[in-house]
Design a binder for this molecule. Structure first.
Ligand code: NAD
Length: 538
């Protein structure tokens, strides 16, 4: 409780929730304790290997999206604290970058086991602060864990290249080397997975890391930091700060920081890309999305409708790879009534309640925005086939819930199509041909993900070759690549040159040194000095 608010949250929050449903006594006991001690748990900073309370006067409340109760507070770190964090990273870099790759690998091998051992606790923290269902929260941790597991193969991933005998007795080889202090700025929607896209890959390459989790969901990142410390990461190799714009500006401007990984909205991502790049840093910026699912009339109807429902409404649509838009081609449009019926069966509830399929949105503002965009669709002529506004979740009347919503007869000029909704809303367009569907998608500003549902290989091949989107699923609704590949959003969904994780992730976090050496067979005795430019044997 003294070093980390997670202990409090993990132990007491379930009690409080249970109390609301079952035992007034327990609830009173817990509440009285909090009132008597006047205690709202605070999120610590993680600086130089210590979990420390911030000295700031500026704090932000963290809410449980299912109830809007305050479950903690997060500081806006002061300038001094942020400087201390980056100085700690800089100091640690001297020894960490020289630590053998096998030792770094061992730490991450222990780390992946600790994440596995604590997956349930990590998931509980995600559900408490982010709202998604416990099962989905475990999936969030699991997909991050896969990146950590991948980081453990660093001994192969960081291999350089060699070309022997480019001329007589001369060889050229490259090393991949760390670049220095790196930083990560994360969004709210994947509190485990996205931080785990960032610091494990950066650190295993020999960099030290400054992490800024989303100020709305910092709890899981703090537990991940604690587990990394337990795995043996030396003090200062990972520092965690909290805050909003000032923390982001600090990261973009501090000269010791060499690279920034960002995931979040376009508004923040474009800004961070511009500001960080202007300051000479590498920046990779994964941003917003409008992912289209194309339904061909020859698709397997049963699979397609189920996958569409799951991908549109799972995580309350708060996934950058959610299928938020469907294009029904030809007669497949006759399946719409069945799609609506299946969507109605999803249970909207608090994420920790048994059987919950769709949890709450992150904040009342997010709910208001989603409802506004639904109404804008209606006002502009779309047909509301299923309306999730005014959904009543018993016992959680103050939560930010919106039920599955389907808007059909949507056209590309409508606001609900142009903007990323980031809620459980599926907008449906219709097309007569595959070409028409492809043309629609290629005109959309985003290029994050897409899926086609078909049983025809030729249709699938044509689609995958002609659609201008980074990640494509063929009968796979959310094609987030496993970490031996990279996350390859493109166009308006990405700024930068090298993507997250996979080979590209290693490239992002390393620089290359090229050595050309000549060791003459005749014992390196130079008979006379060469005064002309070496021509490499030509
Ligand atoms: P967000 O942009 O509001 O916040 C992300 C981070 O940026 C946070 O740490 C926040 O503190 C900071 N931030 C917010 N506004 C800022 C500003 N104006 N200037 C500087 N920094 C700012 O994003 P979010 O709401 O947390 O996450 C949802 C968004 O993230 C959606 O648009 C979603 O599509 C996107 N996302 C993209 C991917 C991807 O891989 N493409 C993955 C997950 C989420």
């Amino acid at each position: 409780l003294l070093y980390c608010r997670n202990v409090y949250i993990v132990c007491l929050a379930p009690l409080q929730r249970q109390a609301r449903n079952k035992s007034t006594f327990t609830f009173l006991l817990t509440s009285s304790w909090c009132i008597l001690t006047n205690y709202t748990p605070t999120t610590k900073l993680f600086i130089d290997g210590k979990f420390v309370e911030s000295n700031t006067s500026e704090w932000l409340d963290i809410h449980n999206p299912a109830t809007n109760e305050v479950v903690g507070r997060v500081p806006k770190a002061t300038d001094l604290e942020m400087l201390a964090a980056v100085d700690s990273c800089s100091r640690a870099f001297q020894s960490w970058s020289e630590t053998s790759i096998l030792s770094r690998q061992q730490i991450f091998l222990r780390y992946q086991q600790l994440i596995k051992d604590n997956i349930k606790e990590l998931a509980k923290l995600i559900t408490l602060e982010q709202g998604k269902t416990l099962a989905d929260a475990e999936g969030d941790v699991f997909r991050g864990l896969q990146v950590v597991e991948h980081a453990c193969s660093i001994t192969s991933l960081m291999l350089g290249e060699t070309l022997p005998s480019i001329t007589k007795d001369m060889d050229t080889y490259t090393y991949r080397l760390p670049i220095g202090v790196c930083a990560g700025i994360a969004p709210f929607n994947f509190p485990a997975m996205i931080p785990l896209w960032m610091f494990p890959i950066g650190m295993v390459c020999g960099n030290t890391y400054l992490m800024k989790p989303s100020e709305r969901v910092p709890g899981c990142a703090m537990l991940l930091a604690k587990l990394l410390q337990d795995a043996g990461a030396p003090d200062g190799t990972l520092n965690v700060i909290h805050g909003q714009h000032a923390a982001v500006n600090f990261i973009c401007d501090h000269p010791a920081i060499k690279a920034i990984s960002f995931v979040g909205s376009n508004q923040a991502g474009e800004y961070i890309y511009e500001r960080g790049s202007k300051n000479g840093k590498r920046v990779q910026s994964n941003m917003g999305a409008k992912n289209h699912g194309v339904v061909m009339p020859d698709a397997n109807k049963e699979n397609t409708l189920n996958q569409l429902v799951g991908a549109a409404f799972g995580a309350a649509g708060q996934r950058c790879m959610a299928l938020s838009t469907a294009i029904f081609v030809g007669e497949s449009r006759d399946w719409l009534p069945e799609l609506v019926e299946r969507s109605k069966t999803l249970r909207v509830n608090a994420g920790d309640q048994p059987g919950a399929d769709v949890g709450p949105l992150i904040s009342p503002e997010a709910k208001q925005r989603v409802e506004f965009l639904i109404q804008s669709g209606v006002d502009e002529g779309a047909q509301l086939l299923l309306d999730g506004r005014n959904v009543n979740v018993k016992g959680y009347e103050n939560g930010n819930f919106v039920g599955p919503t389907i808007l059909s007869k949507v056209t590309p000029d409508m606001k609900c199509y142009r903007e990323e909704i980031f809620g459980p809303v599926l907008v449906i367009l219709e097309a007569d041909t595959l070409d028409e569907a492809i043309s629609l998608i290629n005109k959309n500003q985003y290029g994050n993900g897409t899926a086609i549902f078909t049983t025809n290989g030729a249709t699938a091949r044509k689609y995958t070759h002609e659609v201008d989107v980074g990640q494509i699923g063929v009968n796979v609704p959310i094609p987030v690549p496993l970490p031996m590949f990279s996350f390859t959003g493109s166009r308006g969904s990405f700024r930068g040159d090298t993507n997250f994780y996979g080979k590209q992730g290693i490239q992002f976090y390393t620089q290359i040194k090229t050595v050309t050496s000549q060791w003459k067979a005749e014992d390196a005795t130079v008979t006379s000095p060469a005064v002309t430019m070496p021509t490499m044997g030509r």
